[in-house]
Design a protein around this ligand. Structure first.
Ligand code: AMP
Length: 498
């Protein structure tokens, strides 16, 4: 009676299987090419970082930091010899005492209590034996030697950390970096919302905050979406001001919100005090009339921020980029300043944002880096971009299996092996089945695998040096010599992109 546990992907995570994975690779390839054509270069980042990096940059009152992070303690355990003798226990006790004195065991109150407990346990072991050994071991295990780490919920903070760590402010020009990879947030899973999801992001860090940078980033983003055939995208932009004018506006907004508190639901009521701007994000229908009457940031920007926003719009016109202004687009995270933006696409239901981003001029300094570094960036949600492409009318036809080799007879086998090698060297995807099959069965399998062609190699073909190439879509057959065959398939591949 064994009931085996059936392992499944963890809730909110999923496998991207073929043929979808080809679409993912294709999308990421278009993204890389587009970003690189604007002179962005890839940065590969770790997927976990110090918890404080995210807490400090994203903000402790955001949903991401307060509820959604995958945080764990990076425990290094004392190495323990087995079986443990009394001498080992005494050695371990001495090692712990030394670790505490030297500070290799961090001086936290929890660790201090544990150190005291295990020292007492060691004395007990000398008196009592086994039961006390177990208590002693528990205490050793409880020592938290490591740091608190978090699986990255986003990557802007990591890019800023890397910028500071590698002294990139000394490099010439602005740093234009992009990243591709998974992010982790413990959100409630639904269509377009996962706990492990993927982003393609780009960041510009440097001394300048010229609106031309913001505009170029947006131009690049829209070009990327166009290249990937994303239908009906809409760009929304806003300015949420700088530290000074935004904090004055937030004060005013909070005062106004307190006056209408009773008309808001519990989430918004809480946010009035913890993350005021986020109230503007609310989608609750009953809150909409209240929110529409609130003061708008555009009426409260300082002169410099107003100028920056207006120049950005001029730059967008220059680049023939259409956009909608959305005064309620505040983005959730603390580090944004001035320009914020979002792109929505169709076919996604309620999770229709495929990209979000904005300016974060103070972030590098906030994280202990040099003063005066400005930044802007975006993150595209790849899962949603792919969903939107799949729901649209422009799903690309991606090359799959080109040639299935059907062989019969002992003499055909070495020829089939060599032919497969030559076709693959021409860049074609070739399937050479491991076992010989009757031609009828082989052609049936070739069809099911979606091959474009079946190449038939029997003993007759080997002795005559001409091979039969069958196009599976319409069963058209050609007899070709080896050279003709390679030439034909290669030119086909170039023509069809297959
Ligand atoms: P954010 O910085 O939270 O706006 O994220 C940027 C983009 O990443 C969003 O516009 C989404 O396309 C995508 N994204 C964010 N969270 C998730 C999630 N849980 N699942 C899938 N995509 C997400």
């Amino acid at each position: 009676m064994s009931s085996q546990k059936q392992f499944r992907a963890i809730k909110g995570t999923r496998d991207i299987l073929p043929p979808d994975s080809a679409l993912w690779n294709w999308f990421e390839q278009i993204a890389r090419e587009t970003l690189e054509s604007y002179n962005f270069r890839e940065i590969r980042l770790p997927v976990f970082e110090d918890t404080q990096l995210f807490a400090r940059s994203i903000g402790v009152d955001t949903d991401v930091v307060s509820k959604e992070m995958y945080t764990f303690e990076d425990r290094e355990q004392f190495h323990m010899a087995h079986p443990l003798s009394l001498v080992d226990v005494i050695r371990l006790d001495e090692a712990v005492a030394e670790g505490w004195q030297r500070g290799t065991i961090p001086h936290t109150s929890a660790n201090e209590a544990e150190v005291i407990k295990l020292h007492e346990a060691c004395r007990e072991i000398e008196r009592e034996g086994t039961a006390a050994v177990l208590r002693f071991l528990d205490s050793v295990r409880n020592l938290a030697l490591g740091d608190s780490l978090t699986l990255r919920p986003e990557a802007t903070a990591s890019v800023a950390r890397a910028y500071i760590e590698h002294g990139m402010q000394t490099l010439p020009g602005n740093q234009k970096l992009y990243y591709v990879g998974p992010m982790f947030r413990r959100e409630r899973p639904q269509k377009g919302r996962y706990r492990q999801f993927y982003q393609v992001g780009a960041e510009v860090l440097g001394q300048s905050d010229a609106p031309a940078i913001d505009a170029e980033v947006l131009e690049m983003l829209l070009l990327l979406f166009k290249g990937a055939g994303l239908a009906n995208t809409t760009l929304y932009i806003n300015s949420i001001g700088c530290k000074e004018c935004r904090s004055k506006y937030v004060e005013l907004l909070r005062e106004e919100l307190r006056k209408v508190k009773d008309k808001l639901g519990p989430d918004s009521q809480r946010r009035i005090e913890t993350n005021t701007l986020r109230v503007l994000d609310s989608k609750l229908p009953e809150e909409q009339p209240v929110i529409e009457k609130l003061p708008r940031i555009s009426d409260h920007l300082c002169a410099a921020c107003r100028q920056h926003f207006s120049e950005l719009k001029d730059e967008l016109h220059l680049r023939e980029i259409s956009y909608d202004e959305n005064w309620r687009l505040v983005r959730g995270l603390d580090y944004y300043t001035r320009t914020t933006f979002e792109v929505t696409a169709t076919g996604l239901g309620s999770q229709n944002a495929v990209c979000g981003g904005g300016r974060y001029d103070g972030l590098v300094e906030l994280l202990g880096g040099p003063a005066g570094v400005k930044g802007i960036g975006f993150a595209i949600g790849t899962d949603r971009a792919i969903l939107s492409i799949q729901e649209g009318e422009k799903v690309p036809h991606l090359p799959g299996l080109s040639v299935f080799i059907a062989r019969m007879g002992a003499k055909a086998y070495p020829v089939a092996i060599s032919m497969a090698r030559k076709l693959r060297a021409c860049g074609l995807a070739v399937e050479l089945p491991p076992q010989e099959m009757k031609f009828g069965k082989a052609l049936g399998l070739a069809d099911k695998l979606g091959a474009r062609y079946a190449l038939i190699i029997g003993e007759d073909e080997v002795s005559s040096g001409t091979y039969t190439l069958k196009r599976l879509a319409d069963a058209e057959q050609k007899k070709l010599s080896e050279n003709e065959l390679l030439e034909y398939l290669e030119s086909e591949r170039r023509g069809s992109g297959a």
